[in-house]
Design a protein around this ligand. Structure first.
Ligand code: CA
Length: 224
């Protein structure tokens, strides 16, 4: 799950990024409305949620929200507002925001709102994924093969889930990077290969049938 934060208070943005990363989300942040809107327009497919401040330099959050919705981008938007004015919230929701939080807010409350917003696509996607004898439950975060539990790190879990949601489909390093890592990693980094290697050890290591395939020069896939 990847989140974009558009927030001009750098300290707040940094704190949110660090906190959310600890919860297993990949997070990018931008500090003005213009850059935020541009990133959303070009990269909206990479993000599962946008956290948008209202009072921003260059372009305010209302405008960003309105323009993004006019471009038919439906990614959930959670508004942050310093003002407790009722008309602000109503206006933001009218412009297509999905929810709002008034600053200052507790991190726990932010997490609860994020989970609620992300639950919508989860209802459409199956919680339980099965490929041959490999089973992944995205709600309990439990992975088993032949009913034996496989302990995975958050990133390994995210990677396996992404592959299992696209069985038999080759996913490129770029696609995997875009889905699971933030912009701090460039495509020359071998972070994907390292995680695949570790994942393969755990998922395929001691089993006869190998499920994870490397497609040389292209990427990776899981055999369904
Ligand atoms: Ca602000």
């Amino acid at each position: 799950m990847r989140i974009l934060i558009v927030e001009d208070e750098e300290k707040l943005a940094e704190t949110l990024k660090r906190g959310l990363e600890k919860e297993g989300y990949a997070v990018d942040y931008l500090m003005d409305g213009e850059a935020g809107q541009r990133r959303i327009e070009t990269n909206y497919k990479d993000y599962d949620l946008i956290i948008l401040d209202l009072m921003l330099p260059k372009r305010n959050g209302f405008e960003v929200c309105k323009n993004v919705r006019q471009a038919d981008i439906v990614t959930p938007i959670l508004i942050l507002t310093a003002r407790d004015a009722v008309e602000d919230k109503v206006y933001a929701l009218d412009e297509g925001a999905d929810d709002y939080l008034v600053k200052p807010f507790s991190f726990q409350e932010l997490l609860a709102r994020i989970r609620a917003l992300l639950r919508r696509p989860e209802q459409v996607l199956p919680v339980e994924l099965n490929i041959k004898d490999l089973n992944l439950n995205s709600s309990t975060r439990r992975v088993t093969r032949l009913n034996r539990e496989i302990p995975l790190t958050l990133k390994e879990f995210g990677l396996l889930e992404y592959l299992m949601r696209h069985p038999n489909q080759v996913l490129t390093r770029e696609q995997i990077l875009d889905h699971l890592w933030d912009f701090a990693f460039d495509s020359f980094s071998n972070v994907v290969d390292v995680h695949i290697k570790n994942l393969r050890k755990k998922v395929d290591g001691e089993y006869n049938e190998k499920l994870l395939e490397t497609i040389r020069g292209v990427g990776y896939r899981i055999k369904g």
